[in-house]
Design a protein around this ligand. Structure first.
Ligand code: 9MG
Length: 279
């Protein structure tokens, strides 16, 4: 399987690692450490050195309860970082729901639009369609500020699947080729702990669809709920959950801890290769 992202074609025969670069002063796991352009760029370079295949640059926190950020503020945070990192040849994803940010990020050299709102804001679908970006469509019930208040599903898997397929069809109807799309069931976005683990356990259910699947479990509160660990102590839990997703067929892992995830995926691949050789 391949994912067409701008002028790049990503080979998905092995899992890819998307490193998270938050340019948000209130980011839940970076504590504002990377809120300046320079420190975000420095952090991104470190993630590349650790083995990131893609960098996901975000200027708006998506944690539960997070406040909205204006278009201008998001542009000020994200665009200088995208411009600089694009010069390095890295594959750049922009984590945004705002059409203006999508357009300016693509003009600045980004390759992927990662939208937790699946291009549902006014003008977002049209903006994305006017570019050649790869698109990640994510499922969320509700909105970040309120999504954890009372998540409810009659049938979790089929409702998430129906939403993702509806958004993919809307994209294709707007002229976005199927090979530019990627789906994400949205671990942590309007789901209980049990629902999150049910989705993770059923990653393969989504991987049977004709789209690549991106999974983002890194440092999320459901991992803390099960392990009792604080946000900065969840690396092992994050890697374990990511590896479960890979074993189920996930194509892209969105992670904070690139080096640890890279090691885990390398061992998983080495083992898988032997399993194939001795069959
Ligand atoms: C921006 N962001 C935060 N968590 C995410 C997740 O799980 N998936 C995607 N695609 N984006 C996310």
């Amino acid at each position: 399987m391949q994912w067409v992202c701008g002028n790049r074609v990503l080979d998905l025969s092995k899992p890819l690692i998307m490193g998270i670069v938050n340019v948000t002063p209130d980011s839940f796991s970076d504590g504002g450490q990377h809120n300046s352009t320079a420190s975000a760029i420095g952090h991104a370079m470190k993630l590349i050195a650790e083995g990131a295949d893609i960098l996901d640059i975000g200027g708006e926190s998506t944690r539960p309860g997070a406040q909205d950020v204006s278009v201008d503020e998001e542009l000020n945070r994200v665009i200088p970082v995208v411009e600089k990192l694009a010069q390095t040849g890295a594959i750049i994803s922009v984590d945004t729901s705002k059409p203006e940010v999508m357009l300016q990020a693509m003009a600045a050299g980004a390759h992927i639009i990662n939208d937790i709102r699946a291009l549902q804001l006014p003008g977002a679908l049209e903006a994305a369609a006017s570019t050649n970006a790869g698109i990640c469509l994510m499922h969320m019930q509700g909105a970040p500020r309120t999504m954890q208040q009372a998540p409810h599903y009659e049938n979790l898997l089929s409702e998430v699947e129906a939403f993702l397929l509806e958004r993919a069809q809307a994209c294709e109807a707007a002229g976005i080729a199927r090979d530019r799309l990627c789906l994400d069931y949205g671990f942590g976005f309007g789901k209980t702990v049990e629902q999150n683990f049910s989705l993770l356990a059923n990653t393969g259910y989504f991987c049977r669809l004709p789209y690549p699947v991106l999974v983002g479990v890194s440092r999320k509160s459901s991992l803390g709920a099960v392990t009792g660990r604080g946000v900065n102590e969840r690396m092992v839990a994050s890697v374990a959950a990511a590896l479960y997703a890979v074993q189920e067929g996930a194509h892209i892992l969105r992670v904070h801890d690139v080096a640890a995830t890279r090691d885990a995926v390398t061992i998983w691949l080495a083992t898988k290769c032997q399993a194939i050789n001795f069959q």
